[in-house]
Design a protein around this ligand. Structure first.
Ligand code: COA
Length: 376
């Protein structure tokens, strides 16, 4: 980072089904919460960056930058960031660049998605916009289908069993029970996951992140300080189409982003005590743990079978149980890591957000300067 960037305010709506609220209202609720705990007021925001993927498809609304900026008293400059399910983290990354350049000093980053207003077939087609419309979509495959292929290949290569994979969603559901903002606050034992309805073989209902509404917001600042410093913000890409990949059981963009992020933060992987990773489907969590270097290839599942209390994985419940309103997810992950670091007094946490089949990957590393280990 060219300058110190602090998270000076953050908030989110509960994720779930919001029948009585649209994009504007959800964003407004998250912004209000972020401003409540910030040392500045709305008028000090000199730029707004909105993350969203699906507003045109579901709500017939484009031009979200100016619409969300209208929620502030002075209509500041605003832009929208879209990178499928990585839109939230890409908005954070864009904000970092603006702050590093000195063009802005206090940026409001808001991720918002309204998904439940559309029927399942509309939303499933719209989500396929995250894959390649020429190469992948004509086969009729869906996102659960794409990750079903990946899970099959992984099981073939590494011998992962259906019963083992069920530990992933089971842990995420258990952890969401402590999160008041989570969409599903109910336990799911591994045998319930294995017995849930088949969606795209071998993936079942309880392997899938849900269709969700929700918003999350962060205020990033170079002007005001807080205990939470953004130590790294990295973005990488890979082919949009799955047909261009030589390896289906590892995402190169995650590996590359992780190496860059550790270098930027100047820390070791082992310094990180909590991660929020992109478990859009259970198999994605296993692959992400390996690509982030926390497990050897083929052994990511062991971190779910024998969880280490000193290393948090998706304590929010992850996308599976906390919910996945796509544009809000990457920002919610950063909000969560901040909260977890302050509560645990640990120093380092990481958020990994990807779009498509790991086609855009964005990693943020956050430092808690009030941690007992911090020297600042
Ligand atoms: N986990 C747990 N329960 C779920 C769920 C999920 N992912 N999705 C739906 N449910 C529950 C609903 O709450 C509902 O419960 P109820 O009957 O007690 O009210 C029930 O299952 C049926 O819900 P419904 O909305 O009809 O499910 P569906 O079959 O239409 O959709 C999926 C289920 C898995 C197909 C859908 O959630 C989906 O497409 N998920 C993937 C989203 C995605 O691809 N995101 C992008 C990732 S890259």
């Amino acid at each position: 980072m060219e300058r110190d960037i602090f998270i000076i305010g953050s908030g989110q709506t509960p994720f779930g089904e919001w029948w009585d609220k649209g994009i504007r209202e959800l964003a407004d609720d998250a912004i209000e919460k972020a401003l409540e705990n910030a040392p500045c007021s709305a008028i000090d925001i000199d730029m707004v960056i909105v993350a969203n993927m699906l507003a045109e498809h579901v709500s017939g609304q484009a031009h979200l930058g100016s619409m969300i900026a209208s929620l502030l008293p002075h209509q500041p400059p605003a832009i929208r960031a879209e990178a499928a399910c990585a839109s939230g983290a890409v908005a954070m990354h864009t904000a970092c660049s603006m702050l590093e350049s000195g063009r802005a000093r206090n940026i409001l980053v808001v991720g918002v998605e309204k998904m439940t207003d559309a029927d399942n077939s509309t939303i499933t087609s719209a989500l396929m916009g995250a894959a390649d419309n020429d190469k992948d979509a004509p086969s009729g495959i869906t996102f659960p289908g794409l990750f079903g292929l990946i899970a099959s290949r992984y099981m073939h290569e590494y011998g992962l069993t259906r019963e083992q994979l069920s530990c992933v969603s089971s842990l995420h559901h258990a952890q969401a029970m402590d999160n008041p903002n989570a969409q599903f606050r109910s336990p799911a034992m591994p045998d319930q996951v294995s017995a849930s309805p088949l969606v795209a073989d071998p993936l079942r209902l309880l392997d899938c992140s849900p269709i969700s509404d929700g918003a999350a917001a962060c205020i990033l600042s170079t002007e005001h300080k807080s205990p939470l410093r953004l130590a790294a913000s990295q973005i990488t890409t890979d082919t949009t189409s799955i047909t261009g990949r030589t390896n289906l059981t590892s995402f190169a963009a995650t590996r590359e982003a992780m190496e860059h992020a550790l270098t930027e933060a100047a820390i070791e992987r082992s310094d990180i005590s909590t991660v929020e990773l992109h478990d859009c489907f259970s198999i994605a969590a296993v692959i992400s743990l390996e690509d982030l270097g926390f497990a050897e290839p083929g052994r990511g599942i062991e971190l779910y079978q024998h969880p280490d209390p000193a290393f948090g994985i998706n304590r929010s419940g992850g996308l599976k149980a906390c919910g996945h309103p796509v544009g809000a997810t990457g920002i919610k992950q950063v909000v969560e890591i901040g909260k977890q670091l302050l509560q645990s007094k640990k120093q380092w946490g990481l958020a990994q957000n990807f779009g498509g089949i790991g086609a855009t990957c964005c990693i943020h590393i956050i430092e808690n300067l009030s941690s007992t280990h911090s020297h600042v």
